[in-house]
Write a protein that binds this ligand. Structure first.
Ligand SMILES: [Zn+2]
Ligand SMILES: [Zn+2]
Length: 359
């Protein structure tokens, strides 16, 4: 009854390390089954690379993650065992009286319900009345406990029990007067507890799989700093591999400065009878946004045609450049057209926009 759940910290540390060794051993065994294509045998350099990716990397991750989870696991386990001890202390067994002869019963068992699984804790209390041998048991939440051995498993009625004690064992014989079912249970005092087989490679494997603080902290740094950078680079590279044509198109996009753009537009738009280009406002964000006005020099062209002609001309001129007409289009008043253009300065932005257009 004085059983304590909380143990030395080293108990939890050893338990965790043991699990780490087991997990890594399982992983190694599984990885060893990996079959490499025969063609790799001709290229030892490539083979070493493939083995590195498929073998060392998963093990490296597993070891690192086990290290990172160690402290939390130990803290959690200790907190759970402390909670168990506290619950036991806060829920002592109440006094119970025999339902048959009304005498005070002896407390036989007062412990946590072993089906406890981090949800609800409860105690189980078991009593016996010495004079009349009646048993009684219940949980701390009031639910009665049923002594399974007191009832015949075949007909569920109460059956007879007889203990035959000898020097080194107790044989309990059950017999059911209702259905005739019999059973026997032997408690052997000489039976030795099974010894855990010695694991001769444990220390060696522990050294390999359980990272030291130095190794573990290196992993933490790698994971939080180097790995995301590496991953981003690899992802980017892979993305460009997957969209090669778009990437090449972005590379070939003409990057026009504002004066270059202004000259190009003035020259090309005049071919469609738009004149007097004025760039009136510039706004620097991640890109450069400019507002322009231009006059329709073609008499008799109505608003609708004027706007659509200008849009068409702009889209054609700006195709394959880093500039484009913004989505609101162009507006028109008495022959004066206005709109906004956005210029991307960055190849990456151009690439992303081209990709978005594609999908
Ligand atoms: Zn009694
Ligand atoms: Zn029976």
């Amino acid at each position: 009854m004085s059983y304590k759940y909380l143990r030395d910290k080293s108990y939890y540390e050893d338990l965790y390390d043991q699990h780490t060794v087991e997990e890594c051993r399982r992983l190694v065994a599984q990885l060893k089954k990996t079959k490499f294509p025969k063609s790799l045998d001709k290229d030892p350099k490539e083979k070493a690379k493939v083995i590195g990716y498929l073998f060392h990397l998963p093990l490296f991750f597993t070891k690192g993650e086990r290290y990172l989870g160690r402290e939390d696991f130990i803290t959690k386990m200790i907190a759970e065992d402390e909670a168990r001890d506290k619950f036991v202390k806060d829920n002592p067994a109440p006094t119970a009286y025999c339902p048959k002869c009304n005498k005070k019963m002896n407390l036989m068992v007062s412990e946590l319900d072993s089906s406890f699984d981090n949800k609800v804790m409860r105690m189980v209390y078991m009593y016996r009345c010495e004079p009349c041998n009646t048993k009684k048991a219940f949980y701390s939440d009031g639910e009665p406990y049923v002594f399974k051995n007191d009832f015949c498993p075949k007909c569920q009625k109460e059956w007879d029990k007889e203990n035959i004690k000898s020097k080194d064992k107790i044989v309990t014989k059950y017999s059911c007067p209702h259905c005739g079912h019999n059973d026997e249970y032997t408690l052997d005092f000489n039976e030795k507890p099974k010894k855990e087989p010695v694991d001769p490679n444990f220390e060696r494997d522990k050294k390999e799989f359980c990272l030291s603080e130095k190794e573990g902290e290196e992993y933490r740094k790698w994971k939080t700093v180097d790995y995301p950078q590496m991953k981003e680079m690899v992802d980017e590279w892979k993305d460009k591999e997957d969209h090669k044509e778009i990437y090449e198109k972005a590379e070939q996009t003409k990057k026009l400065t504002l004066p270059e753009l202004s000259d190009l537009l003035a020259k090309e738009l005049s071919k469609s009878d738009f004149k007097e280009l004025v760039i009136s406002n510039t706004e620097i964000t991640r890109d450069l946004i400019i507002t322009f006005t231009i006059q329709d020099a073609k008499s008799g062209r109505d608003e609708g045609s004027s706007r659509s002609d200008l849009k068409k001309a702009l889209n054609k001129i700006l195709e394959d450049t880093n500039w484009k007409l913004m989505s609101e289009g162009v507006s028109y008043k008495l022959g004066l057209l206005t709109g906004r253009l956005r210029g991307a300065d960055d190849k990456e932005v151009i690439y992303k926009e081209l990709k978005e257009k594609q999908y």
